[in-house]
Design a protein around this ligand. Structure first.
Ligand SMILES: *Cc1c(COP(=O)(O)O)cnc(C)c1O
Length: 399
């Protein structure tokens, strides 16, 4: 990096992100075109309805949707989309939310999709004033259960695409759309973290929601794309529950720029760079006692591989979660993807690295594994205790 690192000046740790597009780490490296556009708009007056109109056209071009709008986040988009499905363009109803008395106000979702992305999906739905109706059980949902859950009070059906959701036993999106549409119910797809901007609309979704700050590399923002009347109803929520979720001119202009940059991004060059990092890490770890590195594809078919690192505590002298924790400490903290560490592995995600950071990551792996090998005691902490300590740490902020 040629410019001095702002983080040192602010007193922040120089974390290297190998965990993915995590909100808690700043969401993404914003692409240069968006950075320049944001800087340029910040000091100008502009008519926000025009900026949203341009966003609508840009979103429509990239997604194939009739229209689109932007909001504060994908989480906000979930709430706005559910609100829109209940109120339509009824301005009085929009002002009355979250009181949804007298409106169709039930939202059906498969139980296996009721996950947390940092906050519960179901809360994003309920914030609109809608009533949540779960469909099926955690690991099994059937078409007949969806059909049976839809009543004359159903406003929409929500479908979540994520590595967090249960990945078997769920209703495929095309079937989900077919059943909902037979009953006149629109389908809202939460595709926050997906690369493919067309596939879900093509599969029949009426509204698709994306994060602007994940793979797109925009500022913190949410994108709504889909049927025009529903998009308009989402936009109108800015006069109601959406006001507190508003996006400013910088976010709107920034996400438009990020979408433009996405159109011309050299995806295969990026893929090749990521592959080089994966190969380096794999070669670094291969042959190490108790360590098994495996390159694995993304679980929701995004064009992205990760390195899954299996850690045998008996032979490596350290557990997967202790290795993850230690990598995240020190002067060169590397934050890894460790949400499945209890199974004895974690992942390295190469999609958010600055140039040459992959070498630091390789050095850090060697450093911590060598230190573990030298330790007289096995470094294997109690996993249940780790979970409780993490819960406690949440409450300890700001100390
Ligand atoms: C990240 C994520 C969200 C929330 O997106 P934000 O834009 O950060 O609010 C919602 N749903 C899923 C599946 C996600 O992965």
């Amino acid at each position: 990096m040629s410019e001095p690192d702002i983080r040192a000046k602010l007193g922040l740790r120089p974390v290297i992100n190998c965990s993915g597009t995590m909100t808690s780490l700043g969401a993404s490296i914003v692409v240069p075109h968006a950075v320049e556009t944001i800087a340029a708009i910040l000091t100008q007056w502009t008519e926000l309805s025009d900026l949203q109109r341009i966003a609508s056209r840009t979103i429509a071009r990239l997604t194939g949707a009739e229209a689109g709008c932007v909001t504060a986040s994908c989480s906000a988009a979930i709430t706005l989309a559910c609100a829109a499905a209940m109120t339509g363009k009824d301005l009085a109803a929009i002002e009355r939310l979250p009181d949804s008395t007298g409106l169709k106000n039930e939202i059906v979702v498969q139980t296996g999709h009721l996950v947390s992305y940092g906050a519960p999906v179901d809360q994003g739905i309920r914030l609109s004033g809608a009533k949540l109706v779960p469909v099926g059980q955690a690991t099994s949902a059937h078409a007949y259960q969806l059909a049976g859950a839809i009543t004359e009070n159903t406003a929409a059906a929500v479908y979540v695409v994520s590595h967090h959701v249960v990945d078997y036993g769920q209703i495929p999106l095309t079937t989900f759309c077919k059943i909902a549409h037979e009953k006149g119910v629109p389908v809202i797809v939460d595709a926050a973290s997906e690369y493919d901007l067309k596939r879900f609309l093509e599969a029949g979704a009426d509204l698709v929601l994306y994060s602007g700050h994940k793979f797109l590399g925009g500022p913190t923002s949410g994108i709504i794309a889909g049927k025009k009347d529903l998009v308009v109803a989402c936009y109108l929520q800015n006069r109601g529950v959406g006001r507190g979720m508003k996006i400013g001119k910088e976010g709107m202009a920034g996400v438009i720029a990020a979408l433009e940059a996405w159109e011309t991004r050299d995806h295969s060059a990026i893929r090749a760079r990521e592959q080089k990092a994966l190969d380096l890490w794999k070669a670094t770890l291969e042959g190490r006692e108790g360590i098994a590195p495996v390159i694995v594809p993304d679980p929701t078919d995004n064009p992205l591989d990760r390195l899954q690192i299996w850690v045998d505590p008996e032979r490596a002298n350290i557990s997967a979660w202790d290795l993850a924790d230690r990598l995240g400490k020190g002067e060169r903290p590397v934050i890894v993807r460790d949400h499945e560490a209890e199974h004895g592995y974690f992942y390295l995600d190469p999609c958010n690295l600055h140039p040459d950071e992959e070498f630091i990551v390789a050095e850090r792996l060697v450093e911590e594994l060598d230190a573990a090998r030298r330790s007289n005691e096995p470094i294997v902490s109690d996993f249940a205790g780790r979970l409780l300590a993490q819960e406690q740490a949440i409450l300890n902020w700001p100390d």
